[in-house]
Design a protein around this ligand. Sequence first.
Ligand SMILES: CC(C)(COP(=O)(O)OP(=O)(O)OC[C@H]1O[C@@H](n2cnc3c(N)ncnc32)[C@H](O)[C@@H]1OP(=O)(O)O)[C@@H](O)C(=O)NCCC(=O)NCCS
Length: 178
Amino acid sequence: MSIRSYKRITPTIDSSVYVDDSSVLVGDIEIGEQSSIWPLVAARGDVNVIRIGQRTNVQDGSVLHVTRKSANQPEGFPLIIGDDVTVGHKCMLHGCTLGNRILVGMGAIIMDGAVVQDDVFIAAGALVPPNKVLESGFLYVGNPAIKKRPLKESEQAFLKQSALNYVKLGAEYLEEQA
Ligand SMILES: CC(C)(COP(=O)(O)OP(=O)(O)OC[C@H]1O[C@@H](n2cnc3c(N)ncnc32)[C@H](O)[C@@H]1OP(=O)(O)O)[C@@H](O)C(=O)NCCC(=O)NCCS
């Protein structure tokens, strides 16, 4: 079973979401309309919550996790992902907050407390350190991720287009399953 309860909380997943059978989703997770979860994604909403918005795709081999509440960090670090976000292959998203229309390049790592504002492009292989804020409208590159340049108009448009491509692909996969 790829969708599992933890402490009696089962992921809440809209019926329009495609979830590949090989992915594993555990515990307090919510996923909004037309999002998609691709092969070998591991998402564990056990010691805190994971929230994924609408039309967001999490691609193959990505890992999503959270940090528990503690004396130093009363809310811990939940993982919040907005709408129209593309999470590329083999990304690690840990206890961070992502806005809307973001592309997380393949293999990128985003750590606890980091905040990615709307309309950001994160290059493949970038590492976003704890608590860093990535500003809206920019490309971030490297380890540690630095602000490289403002997004071109074509890149800005691609953020939305990439999400829409995956809405279509997810719907096709759902149809195959029917
Ligand atoms: C960063 C990226 C957007 C290209 O940006 P760009 O400004 O067009 O980059 P260019 O190809 O003009 O290269 C500019 C420089 O950055 C380097 N570069 C390109 N991608 C890089 C990356 N991911 N990390 C570090 N450096 C990178 C290039 O080697 C080049 O270096 P040079 O000037 O020393 O030759 C692209 O390479 C990338 O990472 N895309 C992510 C794709 C992805 O993961 N999609 C999700 C999967 S579906």
